[in-house]
Ligand binder design. Structure first.
Ligand code: TRP
Ligand code: SF4
Length: 337
């Protein structure tokens, strides 16, 4: 039986952090055994908000792919590409934009959140950037084109993307209805079930908050960052009994990255006041560095052979374009254009 197509993408935000690793990439690595996976860097989507900050775009796109490859996304199993290398996606986006009612996109809650964030940033920004462009309004339509171009049956996403995907399903139904076809599958979301990893300061982890640890950070930087993690704030001295449940960053990282025995030991010693937070975090830094050592090593190997990486992307883009072209021939036929 032929494998179902799976599509997922990430915006080109540059080097990825632990949150991406736990929340997305480890999941993708497993999915590539089961599905025909298309993983792409959404560089057009990046422009919906960062159209005026493109100085680092080329490097950011490459950095995303370098992290994927280092973490085990395998070009022999999965198709890896840049969105902007597949012109068929743009063509499909135009056709979908014709059949998408304005109010479907206008009431997309995720989009509303994005605009709110932009507005907040804008208050401190003299550039006077327009808050909602035509392109940003079309964000979920472009996302639908990404998914429908590969006629995906399944789309792994985080909860914040569910609203977009609901619009995709509506657009699929509407297309099939209007053009009297069963060309498109209704793609099912596959929610990523992972504990949310917080940044070192206890807030949501994100590059723009400056509280993230990158997959590609050096051992030294990682250790330093781990020492900045907040711990149980009610604890004054190291022989005070601690509360691992209140240690939302350091202990959570243990639960995420250490083996069960270690977690158990840390928990007991902390509760009994037999473990100081500084020592505890030093050990945590070591554990995390050990875990990421092979990944970092692999990344450096790919960095040294960047032409190979560019070839992987070129080949992947060709494959993705061929798949999208297959879809587009049927689409043009259905639309009679
Ligand atoms: N909007 C997604 C995000 O910000 C990225 C994305 C773009 C995507 N197109 C997609 C994800 C298609 C899944 C399928 O995370
Ligand atoms: Fe957290 Fe470790 Fe300190 Fe306990 S000893 S509060 S687990 S950092």
């Amino acid at each position: 039986m032929e494998k179902i197509n799976l599509v997922s993408g990430m915006r080109s935000t540059g080097k990825l952090h632990f949150g991406h690793y736990m929340g997305v990439i480890t999941n993708w690595v497993k999915l590539q055994e089961e599905y025909n996976c298309f993983f792409f860097v959404a560089d057009w989507h990046a422009l919906t908000t960062k159209f005026d900050k493109t100085e680092n775009l080329k490097q950011d796109k490459l950095d995303v792919v370098l992290d994927w490859l280092a973490c085990g996304i395998d070009p022999e199993k999965s198709t890896i590409y840049f969105q902007s290398n597949v012109a068929q996606i743009a063509e499909l986006h135009i056709l979908l934009s014709m059949i998408t009612p304005n109010n479907w996109v206008e009431r997309d809650p995720t989009l509303k959140d994005m605009v709110k964030i932009l507005k907040n940033k804008d208050e401190n920004n003299s550039d006077n950037m327009p808050q909602m462009s035509y392109g940003l309004l079309g964000y979920p339509v472009l996302m639908s084109a990404d998914i429908m171009a590969m006629n995906a049956g399944i789309v792994p996403v985080g909860v914040d993307q569910l609203a977009h995907l609901e619009i995709t399903r509506d657009i699929v139904r509407r297309f099939n209805n209007i053009y009297k076809t069963d060309l498109f599958n209704e793609p099912k979301p596959k929610l990523t079930q992972v504990p949310l990893l917080l940044g070192v300061d206890g807030q949501k982890m994100g590059k723009s908050f400056g509280n993230d640890i990158k997959i590609s950070d050096s051992e030294e930087t990682t250790s330093k960052r781990i020492m900045q993690c907040i711990t149980d704030r009610t604890r004054a001295r190291k022989d005070d009994p601690g509360h691992p449940d209140n240690c939302e960053v350091a202990f959570k990282y243990y639960q995420t990255f250490a083996d069960a025995d270690t977690v158990c030991q840390v928990e007991c010693e902390c509760r009994q006041g037999k473990r100081g937070c500084a020592d505890c975090k030093r050990q945590l830094g070591k554990i995390i560095n050990e875990k990421f050592a092979p990944i970092r090593y692999k990344r450096q190997e790919f960095e040294r052979d960047i032409d190979k990486v560019k070839d992987i992307i070129k080949e992947g883009s060709k494959k993705a374009a061929a798949e999208a072209e297959k879809t587009m021939q049927k689409v043009r036929d259905a639309v009679n254009i």
